[in-house]
Design a binder for this molecule. Sequence first.
Ligand code: CAA
Length: 259
Amino acid sequence: MSLEFIKVDKQYEEHIALIQLNRPKELNALNLQLMGEIRDTLKELDSDDSVRAIIITGNEKAFAAGADIKQMAGKTAIDMLNIDQFSTWDQIKKTKKPLIAAVSGFALGGGCELCMHCDMIVASETAKFGQPEIKIGVMPGAGGTQRLTKAIGKVKAMEMVLTGKFISAEEAQGAGLINKVVPVDVYLSEAVKLAKEVASMSPVAVKLAKEAVLESFNTSLDEGLVLERKNFYLLFAGEDQKEGMQAFIEKRKPNFKGK
Ligand code: CAA
């Protein structure tokens, strides 16, 4: 696969893959090709057994300043319908392995929405999150109105979506949007640390646990509990459950194989 707008390091660290958005002059604005490259890369990494966690990052100035406004500006509603850009996002949403966003600088519009497609978010003190689409006469389209509201609640989400105001990393952490705020020189290494912690767990348990947590956004409590229980029982079919519990009993570190 030839990649123009992202860089991919499949083994950035053992079991950790890194995707770096790479349109620095445009503040990593998310054009259609870039999003397609992320989608195809995630699909490939998701089926690669050597990868247990995936980090998505940008650069110090920008994680991503949103969808590419210049690419969208002249489009009609029918063009947008036919391009169907959000089907790419629907595929990204299906990634089964844990995704961690390592964010510095601007995470705006589609950039903020891409963060929210990730399972955890580590940010530098300089990070700024926002859904400023309202300022250019539109509104979030890649899940911002839904995921932001679920993450930080109605009134804060409403303020961000209706005024386009940015929030700092510190505010984002206080509001429950992100996991961690760290100095700018360590945001990537802190994301790697978190990814490694997750990658040291049973990959199959991580996958089924992620599925169950995400299901809570779509289902009633009872339906979610049914899936949780099925996934819990399913793990007893695997070697990792035997290994994890035996290691506990023997007071040693487990050696998970994802089986
Ligand atoms: N699309 C296209 N180009 C963008 C862009 C975007 N979203 N954001 C920045 N750029 C480009 C700028 O046009 C500029 O290019 P030129 O040098 O060719 O003029 C370059 O990146 C650098 O940007 P600025 O000069 O504006 O940098 P700044 O530091 O002065 O400002 C900023 C930074 C506040 C992030 C400002 O660039 C900005 O407001 N960007 C747009 C943010 C936005 O509205 N995002 C939402 C997009 S719509 C969306 O995302 C829909 C959705 O839900 C999927």
